[in-house]
Write a protein of this length. Structure first.
Lengths: 100, 214
């Protein structure tokens, strides 16, 4: 029986995408300020420390994808390789021929 | 008349036989899993370790890239020549470890023990050279409290050295097991896991050496 209170899942996804687009396409200066610590510690974009923070943030942002992607890729590769190398477990014989 | 439940229990072999059958290689009809449990455990550990080192490298990058003068002019320079040689020692240990694993897969017990012993010795040489260089740096004034340069250097390189110590301890346990003939008949999961960890420690050193010493 269908649950009428759940609503359509497509509507939820559409709302999520619309919200994400709104955040991306409506640039706000307040969103670009970052956290309070960076705003007080760094003196604008020309501060060399700001560049250090940027490089570090980019590195740390990429690392989980690299690490999890590498581990997942390795597991997938091992599974595929074993499927190719594994010989067939059951040999089909014609009726009566070779049967024990 | 026999109770059906009791009949099922009686059909099981006694505990000693069950343990023996668990040690035997698997039946060829039921295939081995594509990745062993030991390998999955080590890879999970390495994923966590990589993220731990990524955090340390991230902190190092903030200070190094954000600094106008790196290293600070009043602090000693890092010993590049000796560390290059030490890097070669660690890479050689990686090669001998891979050879030891191959020997285990060939069931060549003598080559396995020899490879593990050489790898452990090279790891100890690496640690000894690192220790002596640290003593010289501390003597010349580069300590943990001498600014961000000293703090990040000792945090990164010291954490790696602690991992090499852990790897040497692990390797010595595996070597002792190999001496007792534990890795016969194609069962060498502990050697395999130790090899993966050792290669990780070697590869991590290449990254840290390029980042910190250059």
């Amino acid at each position: 029986m269908k649950n009428s209170s759940m609503g359509s899942p497509g509507l939820g996804v559409a709302l999520l995408v619309a919200g994400a687009l709104l955040l991306v396409l409506a640039p706000s200066e307040t969103l670009a300020q970052g956290c309070a610590m960076c705003a007080t510690y760094l003196n604008g974009a020309t501060d060399p420390r700001a560049y250090g923070f940027k490089v570090s943030i980019m590195f740390l942002m990429a690392m989980p994808f690299v690490v999890v992607g590498s581990a997942g890729g390795w597991i997938l590769w091992m599974h595929r390789r074993s499927r190719v190398q594994r010989p067939s477990l059951y040999v089909l014989h014609p009726e009566g021929e070779g049967a024990p | 008349m026999t109770d059906p439940a009791t009949a099922v229990i009686r059909r099981l072999p006694p505990p000693a036989l069950r343990r023996e059958s668990a040690r035997r290689p698997r039946d060829p009809v039921s295939p081995e899993p594509p990745i062993s449990n030991a390998r999955i455990a080590v890879v999970t550990l390495l994923v966590a370790e990589t993220m731990f080192f990524a955090g340390l490298i991230g902190a190092y990058l903030v200070f190094r890239v954000g600094s106008t003068m790196w290293p600070p002019p009043d602090l000693p320079r890092l010993p590049l020549g000796v560390t290059w040689l030490n890097t070669l020692v660690l890479m050689a240990s990686g090669v001998t470890m891979v050879r030891a694993r191959r020997a285990a897969s060939r069931d060549d017990q003598a080559a396995l023990r020899r490879g593990l012993a050489i790898t452990g010795a090279l790891g100890l040489v690496f640690l000894a050279v690192q220790g002596s260089e640290w003593a010289r740096l501390i003597h010349h004034g580069l300590t943990l409290s001498s600014g961000m340069y000293g703090a990040t250097f000792y945090a990164l390189i010291g954490t790696h050295a602690a991992h090499v110590v852990g790897a040497v301890v692990w390797l010595s346990i595996v070597w002792a097991w190999a001496g007792r003939g534990r890795f016969v008949g194609g069962r060498f999961a502990a050697v395999d896991a130790c090899t993966i960890y050792w290669i990780f420690v070697c590869a991590l050193w290449v990254v840290l050496f390029g980042l910190v010493y250059q």
